[in-house]
Write a protein that binds this ligand. Structure first.
Ligand code: MG
Length: 276
């Protein structure tokens, strides 16, 4: 059963639109995928997705968390990921901080939601790492965007675990195989449209033990710069995701582990690892 994602808070019961509670979730209820607005005690279903300047209405009764399975709170055509964006993480793997953002792609097929299982690719990798990251969810089509205008294209922020088969990343040089196994992209629990990245703490725990801990201001290239930079390369579509890189402390995950990525003021994303 779905438990209340940690960090959930409640401010309103009637949820007028525009929402006073600026967090969107995507969820499955009775086999149907829906969008919802986080309110006191649960979620109000919305009539459409929050992308692209839409103004969805809310409908029905408050749905309690334990009825819902959370989907990833985005529908990406691609996840654009940034490598080596914290100096301490670059150093721990023996790399320099790049002079420009290092971009790679994770496919939409790897993306899973809060409390979905990460499937360990048994027989293909012997070293799977967690990478806790801040992720941007795109709200409007973005191409050749100026950094000063980047906020106009951001729906909000969420939490990502850029799960990585480190042995395959080293072996292949190219990142594609290491980053792309199905379930290697936990994302959630929600999109927060009010979150402003500054010096908030980011922490990854495995079975309750802290593995990664840093603050978002230690990123080399900041979120607005990254959006503008990427938009000069490719069109970003509503629902696309940019994941902004991980701090030091990456380490192994094994079947049976429970991994949680928490960003203060934003939310906590929890997933279990199961044998493939
Ligand atoms: Mg990463």
């Amino acid at each position: 059963m779905q438990r209340l994602p940690s960090g959930a808070v409640a401010r309103c019961r009637t949820a007028p639109y525009p929402p006073t509670m600026p967090r969107y979730v995507k969820f499955t209820l009775m086999g149907k995928h829906r969008w919802g607005l986080v309110v006191d005690g649960g979620v109000l279903e919305m009539t459409s997705s929050p992308y692209d300047g839409g103004s969805p209405e809310v409908q029905g009764e408050v749905l309690p968390w334990d009825l819902l399975r959370l989907d990833p709170p985005a529908e990406p055509t691609k996840v654009v990921a940034i490598g080596r964006n914290y100096a301490d993480h670059a150093a721990e793997l023996g790399n320099d901080v790049p002079a420009e953002p290092l971009l790679f792609i994770k496919p939409p097929s790897c993306v899973i939601g809060h409390e979905a299982d990460v499937v360990y690719p048994t027989g293909q990798s012997e070293l799977v790492h967690h990478e806790g990251e801040l992720a941007i969810v795109i709200g409007r089509r973005a191409r050749f965007v100026d950094e000063a205008d980047a906020d106009d294209y951001i729906l909000g922020y969420t939490v990502m675990n850029d799960v990585t088969a480190r042995d395959l990343q080293r072996k292949d040089v190219q990142f594609t195989r290491a980053k792309s196994f199905d379930t290697f992209g936990p994302l959630g629990p929600w999109v927060d449209t009010d979150f402003a990245p500054a010096d908030q703490r980011i922490r990854v725990t495995v079975n309750g033990e802290t593995r990664q801990e840093s603050t978002l201001d230690r990123m080399v290239f900041k979120p607005r710069f990254l959006l503008a930079y990427i938009s000069r390369v490719m069109t970003l579509e509503p629902g696309d995701v940019i994941t902004t890189g991980t701090p030091s402390g990456v380490g192994p995950l094994l079947p049976g582990d429970e991994v949680e990525v928490t960003i203060a003021g934003l939310g906590a994303l929890k997933n279990r690892v199961v044998a493939g």
